[in-house]
Design a protein around this ligand. Structure first.
Ligand code: TMP
Length: 212
């Protein structure tokens, strides 16, 4: 069906607790129903080495992690993921559905940690060249809702989940600013709506990509 069309690179973004994992499963099932060959992956991570870097990044530790160390580790994992997994799949016509990508770096490291956005842009250009997601699906919900859902989860919080309300407000504000600045690439979905409604909105977006 889509064989002659280029494979799409789609990312899902949003603060913690907005339902990215559930919606990625919906998205994958929808692509499958429509006969679209695809892979589902995530950042940080997506290859064995990048998953090791993820572990380094998320594990709470006593040593203070310098913000620049965090940023460089994220881009190191991304370089590995991009060049050994994402790009080869796109080249062979396989769509890539990715749980977070560089928009998360602008939001979390630029917004949350208040690192310089230009530094992030420079690293983006070095690591990715001109490659950018075709569509960024931003699952948006108020920070209180996201934090409530995290609190209900089992297991110890990771290094990011330990951050406070203000941090996630800054993260959300960056997603909002980027969505406003890039209306052709971003699609905002209200993740505080009932799940069935979120799923429908997601399918509308995917259908438009399949048919375009
Ligand atoms: P998650 O993918 O399970 O939500 O967890 C990954 C965490 O890593 C999440 O808290 C956001 C954070 N993160 C960044 O801070 N910057 C990034 O560029 C990416 C991809 C993730």
């Amino acid at each position: 069906m889509s064989e002659s069309k280029p494979a799409r690179f789609i990312t899902l973004e949003g603060i913690e607790g907005v339902g990215k994992s559930t919606n990625l499963e919906f998205a994958s099932a929808f692509l499958k129903q429509n006969g679209i060959p695809h892979v589902v992956t995530r950042e940080p991570g997506g290859t064995p080495m990048a998953e090791e870097i993820r572990e380094l990044l998320l594990r709470p530790r006593e040593e203070k992690v310098h913000d620049l160390t965090e940023l460089l580790l994220i881009f190191a994992a991304r370089a590995q993921h991009l060049h050994s997994f994402i790009v080869p799949h796109l080249r062979q016509g396989t769509w890539v559905l990715c749980d977070r990508f560089t928009d998360a770096t602008f939001a979390y490291q630029g917004g949350g940690r208040e690192l310089d956005m230009d530094t992030i842009s420079q690293l983006e250009n070095i690591v990715q060249g001109t490659l950018r997601p075709d569509r960024i699906i931003w699952l948006d919900a108020p920070v209180n809702l996201g934090m409530k859902r995290i609190a209900e989860r089992k297991g110890a919080p990771d290094r990011f989940e330990n951050e406070r309300h203000r941090f996630f407000e800054r993260v959300r504000n960056v997603y909002e600013a980027r969505a406003t600045a890039q209306p052709d690439h971003y699609r905002r979905i209200d993740a505080s709506a009932p799940l069935e409604q979120v799923k429908e909105a997601l399918e509308v977006e995917l259908a438009s990509l399949i048919n375009s």
